[in-house]
Ligand binder design. Structure first.
Ligand code: NI
Length: 197
């Protein structure tokens, strides 16, 4: 059967000979070796298989309330990331950017510390140092090159997700080795403390 499904938040159209079923994927958690492996590049674009992976990753990220997800987090050691653009108003439409074989380079060497979490390390947060402004490149699902600049949260998400493709978790980028813990404790003892200063 020919089906044609439009995904209204990814802008992905899948035409295939099977009925497409959305899957919410299982997320690999800290300690699983897939999170420490370097992922391999995608060489074939425009395939239904690639679209299905990105579509399922999107459903998974939305279900878990994430703002970014990398393929190794769903047990797939491939250089694919997706993220929500935090600069866009998402009240009416969630916009997700898939980026294949992504790379980034810093604009300037200014770094900034901010609290991060990760769907693979649920319930925890760490204070992480990242470049403030970056330029990033990659390909869309059709193999068209994407180039963009980002700063703030947008830049941090892209750096965090690209790290996953190299087997790097934010816990190895803590700006202070003690600045890591359960969300409630971080709010009670770090964030409230910072606010008082
Ligand atoms: Ni993560």
């Amino acid at each position: 059967m020919q089906t044609d499904i439009k995904n209204n938040y990814c802008g992905i159209t899948i035409k295939s000979n099977y009925i497409y079923i959305v899957s919410i994927l299982k997320i690999a958690k800290l300690g699983h070796p897939v999170l420490l492996k370097k992922s391999t590049e995608i060489s074939k674009f425009s395939s239904d298989a690639l679209k299905k992976i990105v579509y399922d990753m999107s459903e998974t990220m939305i279900d878990y309330n994430g703002i970014g997800l990398a393929a190794p987090q769903v047990h797939l050691s491939k250089r694919i990331i997706i993220f929500r653009n935090p600069d866009i108003d998402e009240e009416h439409k969630i916009q997700i950017t898939p980026l294949i074989n992504p790379v980034f380079e810093p604009i300037g060497d200014e770094k900034e510390d901010d609290w991060e979490g990760c769907l693979s390390i649920p319930g925890m947060q760490g204070l992480v140092s990242r470049y403030k402004k970056i330029k990033y490149y990659g390909y869309d699902l059709e193999g068209k090159k994407i180039t963009n600049e980002a700063q703030g949260l947008h830049a941090k998400v892209v750096q965090h997700e690209i790290d996953h493709l190299d087997g790097v978790l934010y816990t190895s980028r803590l700006s202070n080795k003690n600045a890591f813990g359960f969300e409630k404790e971080i709010v009670d003892f770090w964030k409230n403390e910072q606010n008082r200063k």
